[in-house]
Design a protein around this ligand. Sequence first.
Ligand code: SRM
Ligand code: SF4
Length: 565
Amino acid sequence: MSEQKLAVNEYLKTDSDYLRGTIQEGLDTAVTGAFSEGDQQLIKFHGFYQQDDRDLRNERKEQKLEPLYSFMLRARVAGGVCTPQQWLAVDEIASNLTSSNSIRLTTRQTFQYHGIPKRNLKTIIQDLDREALDSIAACGDVNRNVMCNPNPVESKLHQQAYAYAKQLSDNMLPHTKAYAEIWLDDEKLVTTEGEEVEPVYGKTYLPRKFKMAVAVPPDNDVDVYTNDLGFIAVADGDELIGFNMVAGGGMGSTHGEVATFPRLADDFGYIKAEDTLKFAEAVMTIQRDWGNRENRKLSRLKYTIVKHGFDKFKAEVEARTGIKFEPKRDVVIGDRGDRYGWKQGVDDNWHLTLFIEGGRVKDLPGQPLQTGLREIAKIHKGDFRMTSNQNIIIAGVAAADKEQVESIARQHGLLGKLITETRGHSIACVALPTCALAMAEAERYFPDFLTKVEALQEKHGFLDQGIVIRMTGCPNGCARPFAAEIGLVGKAPGRYNLYLGASFEGTRLNKLYRENIQEAEILAELDALFARYVEEREEGETFGNYTVRSGVVAAVNDAAKDFHG
Ligand code: SRM
Ligand code: SF4
C-alpha cells in the first residue's frame, strides 16, 4: 500500500522544536518585515498572522517594494470576559503600537489588532502579559478561544458555564514554553531526548484548528452547532448539572470543491457536568489520532466524523471516557442575537450591551467609539464581555453608576442609534484589506448593504422582524454565513453567492440559491422573496423556515449529502 504524503504543515510542526522554529531569528532580522515561509505557519500558534495591506499591494509592486507587511494579533480570552484595567491596556496598545488604530472584536469573543509592524510584536505581547492577557493558541492547529454565552443577567448560571469554558480553555493549552521564551524572554528550556513536552498534543499537535463553545439555552449566541465541539448547558433551577454534547460542526469550504462543506454538529447525548473535561479530551484526542493529516482542506473534525461514521465515533468517545452518553435532555435552542441596551440581572446589577458595527472599535467622525469605551473603562467596576456577535457588554454596573455609564456611552455614539432587529442579528467578517484569503469585501461594505435590505423590509412592511444575515469575503465562513437565513459569500470583487434557508436559531444550514451575483441582482432577488414571504408566511414563520417550506431551497439535513446536492 502506498503511503499518503503528509501535508507540509505536519513536517513543519514536527521539525519546529515544539513551535520554536526560527521565529527568534526572524524577529531579529530587520532587512524584511516578514518571517520565513515556515515560520509564517508557526507564528499562528503564538496568536498572529503575517498580512499585507491589500489596498496597497499593486502600488507597492509597481514601486518594486516588498508588500507592506504587518501582523494581525488575536488574543485568547475565554468566554470574552476582561476587566476594565485589561481593556485600558488593550486600548493603549491599539492606539500606540498598531497602524490600524483600532480594536477588532471577533466572531469568537475576543479581540484582534491589525497593522502591527514586526518590531512591535514583542512589546505588545509583553504589554498584554503584564495584564494577564495572551495570544497563546489563539490560532494554529490547537484548541482555539473557547466561547461561552456572555449573558450576565442570569448571573449564577453564566458564572458556572463560564467556569467550564475557562477550564476547557486552560486545560487544552499547549504546554510548550516556546511562547514564553521567544516573547517574554523566559530562559530557554533545554528539551531532553524523549521528554514529554506536550502530553496531549504531541509533536504534531492537531491536524487542524479545533473550536469549542459553551451555550446557555435558550441563548445560542455562540452558534454552538457550528463548533467542532459544543456543550449546551442543562440546568436544574439555577444550578448547572450537565451538558448536551454536540460535535462535528464547522463552516469552512472551498468554492467548487464538493468534497468540502460546512456542517452543523451532531447531538451526542447528555453528560454530567463533572465529566466535561474528560469528554472534551476524548473528542480532541480522537481527532488528533484519526484526523486527516494529508489534506488540510479535509482535516477538520467534521470530516473525521463523516469518514468514520457517527456510531463508530461515538463508541470511541465512550470507550476513551469509560462513560456512556445518556439521552440528550430537552432544551430550547433560541436566539443567536445579543440583548441590546440595559438589562437588570438577578443580582440587581445592570448590564449594558452595546452594538459595535462590524466589531470595529475605532474613533469615527462623530462617533469616537474607542474613546468612549476607554472612558467607560476608567470608571467601570464590573467587567467587559465581548460577544460572538462582535459586540460588547458593560457588565455588572451598580444602579448608582448606571447614569454615568449611559451618559458616556451616549456622548461617544455608543448608544442612541436605532439598530433594527436585522442589523442587530447580522455579522460580517473582516475580509479586505487585511485578510489574505478575501475574494470580496465584507466588513467595509456590509453596513451599506444592510441599509438597502432594511429599506426592502420596510417596503414590505416587516422591518420590525429580525433576519439573520451574514456576509463573508470567502467561503472559509468566518462570520458563520452558512448558518444564516441569508448568507452572502464572496466569490470575486463585488460578487457573492447567495445562500438561503438556515433556521433563525442556527439549527439548520442554508443552501446555495444564486451564484456569483452582484448587489443589484441580490437586492432584486430579496425584493421578490420578501414580497412572497409577507404574502405566504404562516403565523410566526421565520424567513429561513419560509424559504425551505415554500420550496425556494431544499432543506439541508445531512450536509455531506445535501449541501451541494
Ligand atoms: Fe476565520 C482564516 C478571521 C472566525 C473559519 N480567519 C482566517 C484568517 C486568519 C485568514 C487567513 O488564514 O489568512 C482571517 C483573518 C482576517 C483578518 O484580517 O483579521 C480570519 N476568523 C476571522 C475572524 C477575525 C472573523 C471576524 O470577522 O471576526 C474570526 C476570529 C475568531 C477568533 O477570535 O478566534 C474568525 N473563522 C472564524 C469562524 C467562526 C467561528 O469560529 O465561530 C470560522 C468558521 C467556523 C470554522 O472554523 O469552521 C472561521 N477562518 C476560517 C477558515 C476555514 C477553516 C476550515 O475549516 O476550512 C480559515 C482558513 C483556514 O483555516 O485555512 C480562516
Ligand atoms: Fe477572510 Fe474569508 Fe475569513 Fe472573511 S471568511 S475573514 S474573507 S478568511
